[in-house]
Design a protein around this ligand. Structure first.
Ligand code: NDP
Length: 451
């Protein structure tokens, strides 16, 4: 049977574009890709990239304050949100164009429209065309989840935050995960009054000692944090959005950001009709090869609800392309995936938290907490926390957690050693780079506790 394409990819985000490019450029497949919004997906258009640029913008007041402490005559003026947003939009246009060129350069045909699955070998485009493909890859990512409540229509999500007309004076952020905590810090840094409500403790699931420090520092900077609170309803008034919580309290804000998780983007995609098994939350169920129960249909990235991170989606997409179109079958590796939470202080983490590790085996805990040189000189109150969770039996470093400026950069390097199976003794055998913050990772002599 002949098909229009060897591969049809639905979704032009991190996983989809990587799979399409590798299948076409490296393995000679005839590939098409459909994207209904903008090429680059959540990460590039309304996620990691614009978020990180906002993190940089929000860190400038602190830099100016430090500059003064270091002897510079420096004044902080007002923040020009419109000017920043215009520049941000231009940068995203530039990046989107690079993604688009990457596809055309690889010979991938791009359809700028929505596509749905019509059958195990057919895709229906929004303009009515039906095209056939030997393989279909679902890479449609996730979408923000907002629970149901009265007044839900008044809130925004991370999809809208980069498009705000003006910075709110007072914002309520609901949620306590990556997005809620990152935006609380960003907006506070840009001058917005931030209140954060979550139903449970913030950053649940991460190492408790680290999240306690992050939450303490967020609160010390003036972010009003309330846990154990849920929104009951939101009413619009002349004064703003009046938000009432489950405990009866009411507060008025100019904007409300919901960051209560993301759900796989499969609604209306035609997957169930084509026989593809979906999880109760809509995630596409796949095996270790990213293959669904329908042999011609695969899925990678957030839509599969494995690890919702861009570098993981990229690896899944690449492994899929090599497996199905190349001569090198391989699976994406989901072990020891490091990540960073771009709060202030920043958090880099890899492997098991102390709480998770001690459930599995006896461990030693090494901790170094100190004031970083740069901030201490400037009279700042920053604190760095470095933590290693070490197996008593194998001596392997099972977890590394860093709360520090540039913790994301540090954890990337520590993750290499962990991936190689490094033991605590091998960390210790590595000579320190002095004076740095990261040198503490190789100079922690005695465990602070056994767990
Ligand atoms: P998270 O899953 O990280 O956090 C969701 C938060 O919302 C939790 O605090 C959760 O509370 C709360 N919540 C969930 N459901 C409800 C509900 N019905 N009512 C009230 N509160 C609720 O999601 P995010 O939206 O922050 O981020 C989504 C994903 O995107 C992340 O998991 C991550 O994989 C990725 N991401 C990664 C980033 C990075 O690498 N730096 C940055 C941003 C996103 P509870 O703890 O009780 O469940």
């Amino acid at each position: 049977m002949s098909f229009d394409y060897d591969l049809f990819v639905i979704g032009g985000g991190s996983g989809g574009v990587r799979a399409a490019r590798i299948a076409a450029a490296e393995h000679g497949a005839k590939v098409a890709l459909a994207e209904e919004y903008r090429m680059g997906g959540t990460c590039v258009i309304r996620g990691c990239v614009p978020k990180k640029l906002m993190v940089f913008a929000s860190s400038m007041p602190k830099a100016v304050e430090e500059a003064r402490a270091y002897g510079w005559q420096a004044e902080l003026g007002a923040f020009d949100w419109t000017g920043f947003r215009t520049k941000l939009d231009a940068e995203l246009d530039r990046l989107e164009a690079i993604y688009r060129r990457g596809q055309s350069g690889a010979g991938v045909t791009v359809f700028d429209q929505r596509a749905t699955v019509a059958s195990p070998h057919e895709v229906r485009l929004a303009d009515g065309q039906v095209v056939s493909a030997k393989h279909i890859l679902i890479a449609t990512g996730g979408t923000p989840f907002v629970p149901d409540f009265d007044g839900r229509e008044h809130v925004m999500t991370s999809n809208e935050i980069f498009k705000m007309e003006a910075l709110p004076k007072r914002i309520l952020i609901v949620g306590g995960g990556y997005i809620a905590c990152e935006f609380a810090c960003i907006l506070e840094g840009l001058g917005t009054g931030v209140t954060l409500w979550n139903r449970s403790p913030l950053l649940r699931g991460f190492d408790a000692e680290c999240r306690d420090l992050i939450v303490e520092k967020m609160a010390a900077r003036g972010i009003a944090i309330h846990t154990g609170l849920v929104v009951q309803h939101i009413r619009k008034s002349e004064a703003g959005l009046v938000v009432t919580a489950g405990d009866g309290r009411s507060e008025t804000f100019d904007a409300v950001l919901y960051a209560t998780g993301r759900v796989p983007n499969t609604a209306g995609l035609g997957l169930a009709e084509a026989g593809v098994t979906l999880a109760p939350n809509g995630a596409v169920t796949v095996d270790d090869w990213s293959q669904t129960n329908v042999p011609s249909i695969y899925a990678v990235g957030d839509v599969t609800d494995r690890i919702a991170l861009t570098p993981v989606a990229i690896r899944e997409g690449h492994a899929f392309a090599d497996t199905v179109f190349g001569a090198t079958p391989r699976q994406a590796d989901h072990e020891l995936v490091a990540s960073a939470v771009f709060t202030r202080p920043e958090f880099g983490t890899c492997g098991l938290s102390e709480e998770a590790a001690r459930e599995i085996e006896p461990v030693e805990i090494y901790v170094s907490a100190f004031r970083p040189m740069r901030s201490a000189f400037a009279g700042g109150d920053e604190k760095v926390l470095m933590k290693l969770v070490v197996s008593k039996a194998t001596r392997r470093v099972l977890g590394c957690h860093i709360v520090a400026p540039e913790a994301g950069e540090m954890i990337q390097l520590a993750a290499i050693a962990m991936k190689m199976g490094a033991t605590k003794e091998q960390f210790d055998a590595t000579c320190a780079v002095h004076p740095t913050m990261a040198e503490e990772l190789v100079t922690m002599r005695k465990p602070v506790r056994h767990a």
